[in-house]
Design a binder for this molecule. Sequence first.
Ligand SMILES: [Fe+2]
Ligand SMILES: [Fe+2]
Length: 298
Amino acid sequence: MSGVAATPVMATDRTMTVLDQEIADLAPRPLVAARLLEALGNTESAVGDLSRLIAMDKGITAEVLRLVNSTYYGFPRQVTTIGQAVVILGFNTVRNLALAVSTFDTFDAGRNAPIDRNQFWEHSIGVAVCAQILARRKRLAVKVVEEAFLGGLLHDIGKLFLCQHFPDDYRAAIDEAWRQKVRVTVMEQRYCGASHPLIGARIAEKWNLPPSLAAAIGRHHDVSRAQDNFEMVALVNASDALTNASKIGLVGDPLPPTLSPEVAAWLGVDARMLQEVQEELKVKVDDAREFLRMAAGK
Ligand SMILES: [Fe+2]
Ligand SMILES: [Fe+2]
């Protein structure tokens, strides 16, 4: 085991080098995503701005229209422009679709990825939907409710990066985590050189995501260090636990997250309310299943 101590240092250097190269290649789509997020606080010129932003990327435009025209939404007439979609579905829904599509497409770990792509996105959609449910129940501002969806969608983005760039190391990290029954973040650090929250925080920083989202991505397994952005981190942390407890999606961790007493106290939830949230979550994720399948390109 003498080589183990040296591995993380080397792997960290390698991971960060590859990450920085990858971020440079990722520029166009996250730029659209980041500008969509900026447009969030600026709803007055929403339709025109959003349509123009999405139209910057023909691939995103085509996929958003494909989703809008899917039987999930069930419109009798073909929706042919983003502007129409915004009028019919609303600004926030179209923006979330565009963000989901741009994020899903950014990372493609291939068919033999260590984490099953469908399971991963089912988990991400589950956490996104759950964070929205909790934020609404807590009567937080609309902007926070919308951001909570994005925080949930993106919270494990670092896992996708690790799966894509270090598939063999990541598979070994998962195997070892299961053998030792420890959190996968511990083995990510050992085998890949950085844990998924750390990598995710770095991506969030490079994409210029709002601080609350960066915190949710970087601290979702470590609420006690959230400080300024406790609200968003707590929403994502609780949703991660509740989505796992509801058996929605799988992301390879032998010790799934549990709801901490600190977060449960902040949410003000008791066992009966948690049951209600989980039931609402299951219904909403079932509704979103076709959307999920299409967005994942299956
Ligand atoms: Fe995570
Ligand atoms: Fe997660």
